[in-house]
Write a protein that binds this ligand. Sequence first.
Ligand code: ATP
Length: 586
Amino acid sequence: MFHPASSAHENLSFRAVARHFLPLLRPFWFSLCWAVVAMVFDALLTVLRPWPLKIVIDHVLSHRSSHVPLFANWLDHFSGGRVAVLYGACAANLLIAIGTGLLTYSYTCALGDVAQRLVFLLRGRLFAHMQRLSLQFHDHQRIGDLISRLTSDMQAIQDIIANGSILLFSNACLLIGMVALMFWLNWQFALAALAGAPLLFWTVFQSTRRVKAATRTARASDGLLGSVAQETLTAIRIVQGLAQEEQQDQRFQAYSTTSLHAYLETVRYQARVAPLVDLLAAVGLVIVMWYGTTRVLEGSVTTGDMLIFFAYVTNLYSPMKALARLSDALNKASVGAERITEVLCIDQGISERNDARAVSRVGGSIEFRDVSFWYEQGRPVLSHVNLQIAPGEKIAVMGATGEGKSTLVSLIPRLYDPGEGSVLIDGEDIRTYTVQSLRDQISLVLQDALLFRGTIYDNIAFGRTDASDEEIIAAARTANADEFIQRLPDGYHTMIAERGVTLSGGQKQRIAIARAILRDAPILILDEPTTGLDAATEQKVVEALERAAARRTTITITHGLAPLRLADRVLLLKGGRIVEERSFQT
Ligand SMILES: Nc1ncnc2c1ncn2[C@@H]1O[C@H](COP(=O)(O)OP(=O)(O)OP(=O)(O)O)[C@@H](O)[C@H]1O
């Protein structure tokens, strides 16, 4: 079982993450290759930056031959005079600046573009996957945590591609270039100047490992933090009604504190790296100064060479510092990638047989054949249920709370599959139908009419987006909803807030019924559709339901008596079995 609150992703292999991410990069290979080439050239030009000054010092000021890659011979025999060399060096400086500017612009654009598009693809894929995971998965999830995977974790990946990869790659190229040129100029000098580097790498590596562990804890807490916020705000009426703000504050603060401590730990580790880098850089500069000056006095290296070493050692440690700073973004992105992959790896969707066929419109007979179901092994909710419902027949299911009524009906659209036995529609096991075509045969009205943010029009059309205006109005009339919708300021185009809180329970329920009617499916499932309504509103809703149920196989779960008007037959569910069956209407 997948538990996001745990750090299960510690075990997620790099290969699993790469398997999900690398194919996504395929469409961007050209941009990525171009960005790499541009960064290599940019690093090359940056490495060359101090060289014009070295040439000026050696050639123009000191009249000495200069150790310059490729140009040394040409420079030594150059007959244009020292002023021309000075102008040449100035022009080279400007050209290097223009070149690096253009290259930086080009790879920043390319990588920014890739980051946005990749996250766009990945976000779409993750959302589509989450939506299709079975209810068994969602039953154990915290929505806030899933949302943080879709948002903050995605953002971390976007940041690392758009900014982090530039820092990482260009600084790595710069380091390689500078170290290579130092060795080329004078390997003993280079070894002395770089004496502190191994210690630095070791420190950065250790700190990165610790930062990653802390980031993982922080991100898991962030997910839980999001969940508490989301749950509290979703249930704000009950939280305020029962004056539980204090308790929710404490829950929120508990996760917030874990997150804070984990992030503070990352800050501490990172803060330790920067001064250490500075100290090692200072040691490097002292060595360069002492070693360089003695060698210049001896005449074995030129002043220009010493300048190059000085410039490189000064610059060498700033990429290292940048790389150490980057470890935070890198850790966030890699933990984010793990958390995203963790969900993508879950294969808990309702499985569809290879030979499943799409069914166009069923007659509507339903049969439960020896069906048993359990959420947890050893605790059956339904035991050997046998039930036959004729096309167009209306059944009411009654029973005490927790007896498995909702579970029974949720097996029909395959929200869950039976543990044993089978559910048949039109005499065929529903697993022989494709899930989409099976669900197209069913309309649902639940106790809590779930409405989405949008207009009333959009909400009625939710189950059938191709419906015409006339069909939508006709469905609303049949559902007894048209009359109150017409009275609203914008009629069908009135915006309703998330979860329909601006409408009364009865109004929401009638919109949900209009939605079910518009869908025009041969099977209608009503799960306690009139709970919580007053007698007058219940009357209106039941009238609407009667019209909605006409010519449809209808199963109504109810505790109340009013919806029994809809039933030809009433079943009593107890202990996971149908214990009583009574024909209600003659
Ligand atoms: N997702 C789930 N995971 C684990 N157990 C569940 C889940 N959903 C329901 N149950 C358990 O299964 C049993 C049947 O639940 P179900 O919701 O089907 O009952 P019900 O008869 O519809 O109840 P009510 O009338 O209160 O809506 C209950 O004991 C419930 O605790």
